[in-house]
Write a protein that binds this ligand. Structure first.
Ligand code: AMP
Length: 186
């Protein structure tokens, strides 16, 4: 079974929900840079204070900052038992993807599969508006979708060319989508 995975897709596609389910079912480390950043903000660390305003605007926090977080977690995981992981919300742009590739080469742990969750903008907007997170008001949501299209969507081509990408339709129930993803892991 594939156990080094990356989830790609627009905000609201259900990456977090699906990543959490899959990680629990297969004992993978679920690494969500959004969750980790929100935890830093909640704890009032200097990293959190640096990230807070940027997150509230829907823009991306600096590559250095997220890379430092991801690097330390992946190094720990590689050192512990070489167990699998699932990256959710990272990488968000080409520079992050390239830095990740380099890090994984150092760790001798290449990505085995990139899952692209696909969903219409209209449905995304509805889901995000219903979620009630601090950065989920309409103008911030529109900005996050724009940031996704401009900075993150180019990764689709990047991972497709690396022959790592598989698409999943992200409509239907949580269980239906989870089953579609599980089919790709065999
Ligand atoms: P998410 O929970 O993945 O939607 O992330 C929430 C917010 O955290 C984003 O809108 C960004 O401001 C920030 N963020 C999360 N992951 C990253 C990342 N890989 N690079 C830069 N900013 C990020």
């Amino acid at each position: 079974m594939k156990k080094r995975l990356l989830f790609l897709g627009p905000p609201g596609a259900g990456k977090g929900t699906q990543a959490e389910l899959l990680a629990a079912a297969h004992n993978l480390l679920h690494l969500s840079t959004g969750d980790l950043l929100r935890a830093e903000v909640a704890a009032g660390t200097s990293l959190g204070m640096e990230a807070e305003a940027v997150m509230a605007s829907g823009a991306l926090v600096s590559d250095e900052l997220v890379l430092a977080i991801v690097r330390s977690r992946l190094e720990t995981q590689a050192a512990s038992d070489g167990g699998g992981w699932l990256l959710d919300g990272f990488p968000r742009n080409l520079a992050q993807a390239e830095a990740l590739g380099q890090l994984l080469e150092e760790l001798h742990q290449p990505i085995e599969l990139v899952v692209l969750l696909e969903l219409d903008d209209a449905v995304l907007l509805q889901r995000l508006l219903g979620r009630g997170r601090a950065d989920d008001n309409e103008s911030v949501i529109r900005h996050r979708l724009e940031v996704y299209r401009e900075q993150t969507a180019p990764l689709i081509r990047y991972y497709r060319e690396a022959a790592l990408l598989q698409s999943v339709e992200a409509h239907g129930t949580v269980d239906t989508i989870a089953a579609r993803i599980t089919d790709l892991l065999a």
